[in-house]
Design a protein around this ligand. Structure first.
Ligand SMILES: *Cc1c(COP(=O)(O)O)cnc(C)c1O
Length: 384
């Protein structure tokens, strides 16, 4: 009998060690990890430079409190906002916390009451971020939630246009809905969002918790659509598994987040920042992201070539190395892939999500493709 709250229905697999894309379970079975701890371990498991950064900082100082200056935090903030229209960072410990900070800041700065988010979105599990989330199953039993949020259909320009008004504080969205099924909208939809924000002086909050830090082949996914966010939230890939989150914002917002307005005990401590700095030094280095882009395009094309001819495969979509295969029997296929040594994650009911580390090799992608083809073809032959 487990002494844990049963908030997760766990697989009977314990991953005990890993290196790069490869992990081993308690029976020493080897897998290719195309979950990356849900878009977290983007440099693979136990990346030597990240391990080194953790070790070195752990022998210097771990935690001091935000009552003191922290050089690692200053440097990390600079690295994150560099080459963006954003100017400042607030560090915390998770995606939900980053979104919580964004919601508070948007309300305080605009003094307006409404925040528009989208159906099927996922923004986290705290009261604010859960209220923002556009999925009923996440909120079951917790009402009444914050009344600020209006959930509009994703990719519907007209409804958006009809809903924004002078009491709208912010539009908050993922560029690609991750948990909701790797859903990309039409370019015209992003354009409309941007237009509405400019026209009505509404803050644009982009939740890059899953898509940020190189996952889609650019530093931030909003760059694909030329968006100009006022606030960006980050977490998952930011620390390669060391817990850290961040909210980035434009300088005009600084005045609303003065001393005492928001805070955290752990957020941005020297240990987390030293690890994250090393992660960014690698992911933001020359050619790293163009490789992610190349691998993503190549892999998606090859998946399309081999799977789209199967009648139960509906769509293959994504950007960079955030990839979704929409198909019937997704759960059964995920199980089959796992048995054959490839770990993947579901997104929604019908989507198999592939999230290899950004450092995945061409050979590993090749092996994954072979395992995927076998599993899909087996299911197909069984069905006919
Ligand atoms: C995972 C996720 C979150 C929540 O992050 P936590 O660190 O689990 O709190 C928020 N937004 C998006 C888009 C996510 O994918």
């Amino acid at each position: 009998m487990s002494s844990l709250f049963p908030t997760y229905k766990r697989k009977h697999i314990e991953l005990q060690k890993g290196s790069g894309t490869i992990v081993f379970d308690q029976n020493n079975k080897r897998y290719l990890d195309f979950t990356s701890g849900i878009a977290v371990t983007s440099l693979g498991h136990c990346h030597p430079e990240v391990v080194k950064a953790l070790k070195e900082q752990s022998e210097r100082i771990w935690h001091t409190s935000n009552l003191f200056e922290i050089q690692q935090q200053e440097l990390l903030a600079e690295t994150l906002v560099n080459q963006t229209n954003l100017d400042a960072a607030f560090f915390c410990n998770s995606g939900a916390e980053a979104n919580e900070a964004a919601i508070k800041l948007a309300k305080k700065f605009t003094k307006r009451n409404k925040i528009i988010t989208f159906k099927n979105s996922f923004h986290g599990r705290t009261f604010g971020s859960m209220s923002a989330t556009g999925q009923q199953k996440i909120k079951e039993g917790y009402g009444p939630l914050l009344s600020e949020f209006i959930h509009l259909p994703w990719n519907d320009r007209q409804q958006l246009k009809n809903t924004v008004d002078s009491d709208t504080a912010a539009i908050m969205m993922e560029v690609i809905q991750g948990e909701g099924g790797v859903k990309v909208a039409d370019p015209s939809f992003y354009k409309e969002v941007q237009e509405m924000c400019k026209q009505h002086d509404i803050l644009l909050i982009i939740d890059e918790v899953q898509t940020g830090i190189g996952r889609t082949g650019k530093r931030y996914a909003y760059e694909h659509f030329d968006l100009d966010p006022d606030i960006v939230t980050l977490a998952k890939g930011l620390g390669n598994g060391f817990p850290i989150g961040a909210m980035l914002g434009k300088s005009k917002l600084k005045e609303a987040f003065g001393p005492g307005s928001h805070g955290t005990t752990f957020g941005g401590n020297p240990l987390a920042c030293a690890v994250s700095q090393t992660v960014l030094n690698i992911i933001f280095s020359d050619n790293f992201l163009s490789e992610v882009k190349r691998k993503g395009i190549d892999f998606i094309n090859r998946l399309v070539d081999s799977l789209m001819k199967l009648p139960f495969v509906n769509e293959i979509r994504g950007e960079g190395l955030l990839i979704g295969i929409e198909c019937d029997q997704a759960a059964e296929l995920i199980k089959a892939l796992e048995e054959n040594g490839l770990l993947t994650v579901p997104a929604g009911e019908k989507v198999i999500r592939l999230l290899p580390p950004l450092t995945v090799t061409d050979e590993e992608l090749e092996t994954a493709l072979r395992i995927i083809n076998e599993a899909f073809n087996n299911i197909y032959t069984k069905a006919i």
